[in-house]
Write a protein that binds this ligand. Structure first.
Ligand SMILES: N[C@@H](CCC(=O)N[C@@H](CS)C(=O)NCC(=O)O)C(=O)O
Length: 203
């Protein structure tokens, strides 16, 4: 979803090869040649083969001309501010909370049950969101004011994911979701990535 969304924001033409998680498609020898971790997404651009969604988004933002209204800073402070969100989303929200919930709840047949870890991950997820809610509110339309960025793509996807788990988000963040959810590129990416589901089902 993240990579589709970024490519759609940039208006780039690309080939999409759907590889389903846990369908076995990520574990074939051919796929593991590209991504030995056996995970999606993987981006191929010329000779470059790149994994890890925040790295892919950053690469795309720095490689292609950003459209009007897209924030892709090149100065150290601006890049650091965008990276701050990228690492926050990857570590505090993806890794420490949402993947813990996913592994030990929906995927507990594979990873085992751990109800205390799931409950504490949900609590920690909300704690982290509450910690940034004031900043999101003060920022304006997007995380960097009127300009949209890779940070918004990453942050929006973890908000959708949490809400999909039935976690009630702070009002400031549901308002943010409403605003970001109006972007046409979000809808196009959604249709490509979740061809079998509606936005209401995923969010
Ligand atoms: N840190 C990686 C996480 C990638 C990841 O966990 N992908 C999941 C799907 S969202 C996956 O490939 N699962 C397949 C599997 O575990 O077999 C990123 O952000 O790109």
């Amino acid at each position: 979803m993240r990579v589709h969304w970024m490519l759609q924001e940039l208006g780039l033409a690309y080939d999409f090869k759907p590889i389903g998680a846990r369908t076995g498609e990520t574990q074939t020898a051919a796929y593991k040649k590209l991504n030995p971790k056996g995970k999606i997404p993987t981006l191929q651009h010329g000779a470059l083969v790149l994994t890890e969604s925040p790295a892919i988004l950053t690469y795309l933002a720095e490689t292609f001309d950003p459209p009007a209204g897209f924030y892709a800073p090149t100065d150290p402070v601006g890049r650091a501010r965008v990276n701050e969100w990228c690492y926050f989303v990857s570590m505090e929200l993806d890794a420490h909370t949402l993947y813990v919930i996913r592994r030990h709840d929906a995927l507990s047949e594979i990873y085992g049950t751990a109800p205390d870890a799931v409950a504490s991950a949900k609590e920690y997820y909300l704690k982290q969101l509450n910690a940034v809610a004031g900043r999101v509110d003060a920022a304006g339309t997007y995380l960097f004011g009127d300009a949209f960025s890779t940070a918004d793509i990453l942050f929006m996807t973890v908000l959708d994911w949490g809400r999909n788990y039935g976690i009630a988000l702070p009002a400031v963040l549901t308002d943010y979701q409403q605003r970001v959810g109006k972007r046409p590129a979000y809808h196009r990416a959604f249709g490509l990535n979740y061809s079998d589901r509606t936005i209401a089902e995923v969010r």
